[in-house]
Design a protein around this ligand. Structure first.
Ligand SMILES: [Cu+2]
Length: 366
C-alpha cells in the first residue's frame, strides 16, 4: 500500500505531507544543548572513518556533511563509463560510524552543478521514510536532517527521490552505509569483547549499462540522457557489471586491502539493491552479523554468508596465514565475469601446521 502511495504521489506532495506529519501532532522540542558535538571526517571506501569501538562518555551529537556529486566514472578497465550519482563523490558513499544513543545530524548539499533532485533514506533511522521524506534537495539546495541512532548494527543509506528515480539513482551508485556500534563495542555471544585492528567497507554495486548496435557499452552526455536505455537494461534484472567499490579492480592489485597475521579485520559489506553472498577464500567468517543487527548474537565460523539486497552485514576474521586472500561474491560468475572480487594481502609467517604443500606439482609417479 505504501509503495503504491509513493509511486502515485508526486514527490513534492509526499515530502510536504511527511513534513506536515512531523510537525502537526504532538511534536515536542528536543534539547540537545548539553550533548558533546563531534564532527568526524568521512573517508573514501574501503577506508572507514576514525572511531572508538567502545563509546567514550555519554551520547553525542555527531555532525556529518555530505556533498552530492553527479560524475562520469570508469567502472571497468575497458573504459566503460557510467554517470554515477554519489554521496561525496564515491561509489559507495562513505561509511559513517556512531554509537547507539548518539544523534546523527547530516547536512546534505546538492550543488548547482548537479542536474537532478536527490535525498537520503537511512535504514538505521525511524520515521519519514528513513528521512527520505524530509531531505529532497534540488540542485542549489541543502537540507539538514537529524535522527537518533537507536538500533545497533550496520545499515544501508540510499537516495530515494520517488518512483522510477529510486532504483535508477540506487543503481547509479547512490548508496552507502552507517555502522551504529553498541556503546560497549562488538561482543561475542558470551559478551566478550571483539576488538578489530582495522575495518574495511565493501560496497557492492550492480550496474546496468546499455549497449549500442555494435555491442559496445554506450557513454552518455548526462545522467538523464542515459535514463531510458538504462531503465530498459534494469528491467532485465540482469546487471552488466557487479562490482565492489564502484569499479572492476577497485579492491585488487595496488588497491588491495591489507592485514597482518594475527590482526582482526571487520569487513562491512553492503548491497543496496540485490542479494549477494560474501566469501573470504582461504579464511572464514569467524563472527558474522549476517542480517546486520548487533543486538543479535553473531553466527560463528561461516564459510559464506548472505547480504540481502537493501542491507549491510559485518564479518570479523583474525588472519592466521600470510598470502593473498580473495574476498568475493561467491556467485562466481558475478565474482569473475561481472567484477565482484577484492583481494586482501596479508603479511606474516607461514604456519605449516595449518597447511603445507607436502610435495610440489610434478609428473605422476609410475
Ligand atoms: Cu539521487
Amino acid at each position: 500500500m505504501l509503495n503504491l502511495i509513493i509511486r502515485n504521489t508526486p514527490k513534492h506532495i509526499l515530502a510536504a505531507s511527511v513534513a506536515l506529519l512531523m510537525t502537526s501532532s504532538a511534536a515536542f522540542a528536543v534539547d540537545l544543548s548539553t550533548l558533546e558535538v563531534i564532527t568526524p571526517t568521512l573517508l573514501a571506501p574501503p577506508m572507514v572513518m576514525e572511531h572508538n569501538q567502545a563509546a567514550k562518555g555519554d551520547a553525542k551529537l555527531v555532525k556529518f556533511e555530505m556533498v552530492i556529486e553527479e560524475k562520469l566514472i570508469e567502472i571497468d578497465e575497458d573504459g566503460t563509463k557510467v554517470w554515477a550519482m554519489t554521496y561525496e563523490g564515491t561509489v559507495p558513499g562513505p561509511m559513517m560510524v556512531v554509537h547507539v544513543g548518539d544523534y546523527v545530524e547530516l547536512r546534505l548539499i546538492n550543488p548547482e552543478s548537479n542536474s537532478l533532485e536527490h535525498n537520503i533514506d537511512f535504514h538505521a533511522a525511524t520515521g519519514a521514510l528513513g528521512g527520505g521524506g524530509l531531505t529532497h534537495v534540488s540542485p542549489g539546495e541543502e537540507v539538514t536532517l537529524r535522527f537518533k541512532a537507536d538500533k545497533a548494527g550496520v545499515f544501508v543509506y540510499h537516495c530515494a527521490p520517488g518512483g522510477t528515480m529510486i532504483p535508477w539513482h540506487v543503481v547509479s551508485g547512490m548508496n552507502g552505509a552507517i555502522m551504529v556500534l553498541p556503546r560497549e563495542g562488538l561482543t561475542d555471544k558470551a559478551g566478550a569483547a571483539l576488538t578489530y585492528d582495522k575495518a574495511y567497507y565493501i560496497g557492492e554495486q550492480d550496474f546496468y549499462i546499455p549497449k549500442d548496435e555494435e555491442g559496445e557499452y554506450k557513454e552518455f552526455e548526462s545522467p538523464s540522457e542515459g535514463y531510458e536505455e538504462m531503465i530498459e537494461v534494469m528491467n532485465t534484472l540482469t546487471p552488466t557489471h557487479e562490482v565492489f567499490n564502484g569499479a572492476v579492480g577497485a579492491l585488487t592489485g595496488d588497491n588491495a586491502m591489507t592485514a597482518k597475521v594475527g590482526e582482526s579485520v571487520l569487513f562491512i559489506h553492503s548491497q543496496a539493491n540485490r542479494d549477494t553472498r560474501p566469501h573470504l577464500i582461504g579464511g572464514h567468517g569467524e563472527y558474522v552479523w549476517e542480517r546486520g543487527s548487533f543486538d543479535d548474537d553473531p553466527a560463528t565460523n561461516q564459510e559464506t554468508w548472505l547480504i540481502a539486497g537493501g542491507s549491510a552485514g559485518a564479518a570479523f576474521y583474525t588472519f592466521k596465514q600470510p598470502g593473498v586472500y580473495a574476498y568475493v561474491n561467491h556467485n562466481l560468475i558475478e565474482a569473475v565475469l561481472k567484477g565482484a572480487t577484492g583481494h586482501v594481502v596479508v603479511d606474516g609467517d607461514w604456519n605449516n601446521d595449518l597447511m603445507e604443500q607436502v610435495s610440489a606439482p610434478a609428473e605422476i609417479k609410475k
